[in-house]
Ligand binder design. Sequence first.
Ligand SMILES: NC(=O)c1ccc[n+]([C@@H]2O[C@H](COP(=O)([O-])OP(=O)(O)OC[C@H]3O[C@@H](n4cnc5c(N)ncnc54)[C@H](O)[C@@H]3O)[C@@H](O)[C@H]2O)c1
Length: 332
Amino acid sequence: MKVVVTGGTGMIGRKLIDSLLATPELIDRDGNKAEVTAITAFDVVAPNPPLPDDPRLTVVTGEISDAAAVEALIDDDTDTVFHLAAVVSAQAEEDFDLGMRVNLDGTRITLERCRALDHAPRVVYASSVAAFGGDMPDVIDDSVTPNPQTTYGVTKVIGEYLIDDYSRKGFIDGRALRLPTIVVRPGRPNKAASTWASSILREPLAGHAAVCPVTEESKMWMLSPRRVVESFRHAQVLDGEAWGPHRVVNLPGITGSVTESLQALSRAGGNSARARVTFEHDPFIQEIVDGWANTFKTPRGLEMGFKADTDLDEIVNVFLEDDLPGQHVYYD
Ligand SMILES: NC(=O)c1ccc[n+]([C@@H]2O[C@H](COP(=O)([O-])OP(=O)(O)OC[C@H]3O[C@@H](n4cnc5c(N)ncnc54)[C@H](O)[C@@H]3O)[C@@H](O)[C@H]2O)c1
């Protein structure tokens, strides 16, 4: 069975690929358990550091909004597409045309290519809690209608609607996950407005300084990289009936404030780690972060079997176990 991962050299993409190489089992186009024998990682950026050298893995460098590149990428052998390629929140906010081209046109081109196949592939799509915004209740439950307030969020919600409609028409068997902010993100800081939520844990635990651009009270809805990879895999193996006509789910997560993150940092790394974090307020980032939903109730996701981390200590421990050992390559 062939699997395509768009955004395959990004943070989640490469972790998903590692997981699929280690445990190569998903559900095929006929709904049966099957071995993953071929994975194509597609990304506009070449992998750095390199992806594993494995005969099952092919890396293709290309542009998701280039229909010819996507036509060559996804073929009748493709059972599943994990569609992760996107420009992230602050980047889409700074560059409207780029956000629309990559996140919206790229998604439509990917789905149109899937529609042209001789079967309906499973498509697992990375949406975001940036779907929510504006005048929101304090707690977002499964009944709250998306009202995105950023270009990034708008493109993600349009993608969700397309996943629903292409599934309803039988063109694809789609599934969309509204991801919390993934913390602790390994590697370098990125252009997401949430990047500080990882930096204030990752940098000090690796022995480096970090700057927090938001207030100590600022809160975030979070999930660890380990749990998000489990969630993508779980989304792929669930039956279509488990999703019903609405192919979108708010993933379970945990709410954590900057203060609580720094307390977990102190517990894991001591006072010396905590002392590496300083505050430098950035009103642009604060405004974006304040506009995000940070507290959820997710009965649908929990009933479907998606799981959150227990607490911030678990999130920190996942980083210590999975990513701290390799983090030094980013500072050399
Ligand atoms: N990490 C999070 O906190 C988070 C939260 C909510 C949603 N998401 C979504 O999950 C997905 C993966 O996120 P991530 O954290 O791995 O981000 P990432 O930035 O590490 O990965 C995204 C990848 O998409 C690639 N990409 C960008 N433009 C492209 C283009 N034109 N053509 C092909 N590839 C392109 C990038 O090079 C990158 O490798 C994204 O869709 C993101 O919007 C992530």
